[in-house]
Design a protein around this ligand. Structure first.
Ligand code: HEM
Length: 473
């Protein structure tokens, strides 16, 4: 059986002199405790030692990669020698061997088969689902209401992903799928921070967290496998992503039986798309609303563009190219608050990076959150300035100075889907509502799997009467 991962070469033995400099380590434990409790702080400190720095040597050898050229070398030039490896260890409990976790030949095959399903012409077919749910969602909002926009965006993107992926919308089913995902997220984060032997033991014992995770997983499995069976019986004529995955044929397969994905592979890919696509887009939208709320002048320009182009009507994919300011707002928001704040690779073979020999079995982290706020690439990096994204600026920006969707052969497969979804939601809701920041609430980053705001994101809603009147007309 192809497990999708390439054998782990084991933790490398290295001499300190052969490592780039990095923050001082504690005896025996190295930086492992800090890596778990304050990874972002540790990476900030490591960045002071150079563009390639040693973050920790125990229990795993970890490097920080903090320069766009080195990231390109890692993600593109060396892509055949690196993979996800142990970096996605706990994700496998949920995603199995889907695109996010698979490496080597399985990843290449799955990527080849799945890429056409994300062609923009296919994705455009989901636009109406996105705007329809955004419309339904805001029906419950009230003028003057204080909402947690993080929760609202998470609910909205959950409904959209469950409909586009599985063709499902009964509220109770969507709620249960959402709950199973939340428990999985906690499980992946908590277990991911535990030493591997303890993690494996706790995964087998009936402790409460494991129990809740397995119960949620059983519900997800049951739902997905029964949908697969229904689709196969009904002749696969659905237009949701699950049906597309079931319809895929591998023209390069030597054996006809291998030309289709097994039910288990379809299950792994479907759960992977669900997990990778829901939370990330919600986080991108959350920070964008926050930035609009804290920059009223930019919010006014954004709304003026929507009024001029849409005049109160529901946006379609064809409108997106006519909304350049909205696109810049989103682009700049994902620069300051990249939903996936750090992306990494593990070496399966030794590589050379920036002149340093990196042994097999090492982890390399390339944090978007550091690079995309680096004054070497972005003037006044902490300022929210959508206007910086002129065509000339984009052209002169080094590759991998901005990479919220990663890059190289593992570039996010859902980038087009996510960008379209985010812009359609911003355009639908931004025409009707103005958001205002709750000054009482202190905003704090929670850099776990994704970059959520700690304690949610409370914002006040103001109904825009002019646009609302036009929409009703
Ligand atoms: C704003 C929203 C999103 C952000 C910021 C985001 C970001 C990322 C990043 C940083 C990666 C890792 C790339 C790398 O390792 O170089 C990734 C991979 C991936 N994303 Fe997304 N993503 C988003 C939305 C989505 C959506 C909507 C889907 C699916 C519908 C999706 C599916 C995936 C998959 C399957 C992978 C693994 C690709 C591979 O390794 O071949 N993502 N994403």
């Amino acid at each position: 059986m192809n497990t999708g991962s390439v054998a782990y070469p084991g933790r490398p033995k290295v001499h300190r002199e052969s490592l780039p400099p990095g923050p001082p380590e504690l005896p025996i434990v190295g930086q492992s405790f800090r890596y778990i409790t304050d990874q972002l702080g540790l990476l900030h400190e490591a960045a002071k030692y150079g563009d390639l720095a040693t973050v920790s040597t125990k229990p795993t050898l970890i490097y920080l990669v903090n320069h766009p050229d080195l990231i390109r070398e890692l993600f593109v030039t060396n892509h055949q020698s690196v993979g996800r490896g142990f970096l996605t260890g706990t994700y496998r409990y949920l995603m199995g061997n889907g695109l996010v976790t698979a490496d080597g030949p399985l990843h290449l095959r799955q990527r080849r088969l799945m890429q056409p399903q994300f062609h923009h012409s296919r994705i455009a077919g989901y636009a109406a689902v996105m705007t329809d749910f955004a419309n339904r969602h805001e029906q419950e909002w009230q003028d003057g209401q204080r909402i947690d926009v993080a929760q609202e965006m998470s609910d909205l993107t959950l409904h959209i992903v469950v409909k586009t992926l599985f063709g499902l919308d009964p509220p109770d089913t969507v709620r249960r799928i959402g709950e199973a995902f939340e428990v999985s997220n906690d499980y992946i984060t908590i277990r991911g921070n535990q030493p591997v032997p303890l993690r494996k033991l706790l995964h087998r014992l009936p402790v409460p967290l494991t129990h809740r995770f397995k119960r949620g997983l059983a519900y997800l499995d049951e739902t997905v496998y029964s949908l697969i069976e229904q689709r196969r019986q009904s002749g696969l004529d659905g237009d949701d992503l699950l049906s597309l995955l079931l319809n895929v044929r591998d023209d390069e397969a030597e054996n006809p039986a291998d030309a289709v994905m097994t039910d288990q592979q379809v299950r792994d890919e479907a759960i992977t798309l669900f997990a990778a696509g829901h939370e990330t887009t919600a986080v991108a939208l959350t920070w964008t609303w926050y930035l609009l709320a804290t920059h009223p002048d930019i919010q006014s320009r954004f709304q003026a563009e929507l009024d001029e182009v849409l005049n109160g009507r529901i946006p379609t994919p064809g409108d997106i190219s006519d909304l350049p300011f909205t696109e810049r707002v989103l682009t700049e928001s994902m620069r300051l608050y990249p939903p996936i704040w750090s992306t990494g690779r593990m070496t399966y073979q030794p590589i050379t990076l920036g002149g340093w020999e990196i042994p097999a079995g090492a982890g390399l982290v390339a944090p978007q959150l550091l690079i995309q706020r680096d004054p070497r690439w972005f003037d006044q990096p902490l300022e929210f300035r959508p206007d910086r994204w002129t065509p000339q600026f984009r052209e002169n920006l080094p590759a991998f100075a901005y990479y919220p969707f990663g890059g190289g052969p593992r570039l996010c497969i859902g980038e087009g889907f996510a960008r379209m979804e985010a812009i359609l939601i911003l355009a639908t809701l931004g025409q009707r509502w103005t958001v205002r920041h709750d000054a009482q609430h202190e905003v704090e980053l929670m850099p776990l799997v994704s970059l959520r705001p700690k304690g949610g994101m409370p914002l006040f809603l103001e109904r825009r009467t002019r646009a609302a009147t036009r929409a009703a007309a």
